[in-house]
Ligand binder design. Structure first.
Ligand SMILES: Cc1cc2nc3c(=O)[nH]c(=O)nc-3n(C[C@H](O)[C@H](O)[C@H](O)COP(=O)(O)O)c2cc1C
Length: 161
């Protein structure tokens, strides 16, 4: 199945997971970029507001066309028990046009379930698989078996159109 991994990461945790998933699957990978400065305390607060208030923010178009992939695996950090604003924008820009979707989140301690619901709502599709990882476990390198279970739950073949 041809798969694309798309993610946003402010501090590198979600990127690490995205890279592991993409290299395990031999999938293409795209980071979502935006012009907002999210560094430091101001960046943190800006991100918390954008996440909690469910804001759409302008993002650069990704290089590859996600609608051409059988499966798009989307990763986001949790921001204020919510979906991060750049990933919200990506999903909303492609709502109803993606084939199959799978979601993963990295989090400090809570909110993943709510974020999966938000992601499904924004993209108007239920995920074929989900994965929630704590940031500390990603840093400790103790997430391999959770990632393997997630990969095992992904569909192996494209269904005929
Ligand atoms: C603005 C902001 C709000 C956050 N809110 C939550 C939260 O509600 N629940 C949680 O578990 N983690 C929260 N976190 C922690 C991040 O989800 C976590 O550190 C994540 O792994 C960061 O991913 P990244 O390094 O890819 O940016 C928040 C982080 C930021 C920057």
């Amino acid at each position: 199945m041809n798969a694309l991994v798309v993610y946003f990461s402010r501090t590198g945790t979600t990127r690490k997971v995205a890279e592991t998933i993409a290299s395990s699957l031999g999938a293409d990978i795209e980071a979502i970029h935006e012009s907002k400065d999210r560094r430091g305390l101001r960046g943190y607060l800006r991100s918390a507001f954008d996440g909690t208030l469910g804001r759409w923010v302008p993002t650069d178009a990704v290089d590859r066309d996600p609608t051409r992939y059988d499966l798009v695996i989307v990763g986001t950090p949790v921001w204020g028990w919510s979906l991060s604003a750049p990933v919200r924008s990506f999903l909303s820009n492609h709502a109803r046009r993606l084939h199959k979707v799978a979601f993963f989140v990295t989090e400090g301690g809570g909110g993943a379930r709510r974020v999966f619901e938000q992601m499904a709502q924004v993209v108007a599709a239920d995920p074929v698989a989900t994965l929630a990882l704590a940031q500390r476990d990603v840093e400790r390198g103790t997430v391999s078996s959770a990632i393997e279970s997630f990969l095992a739950a992904l569909p192996k073949k494209a269904t005929a159109p």
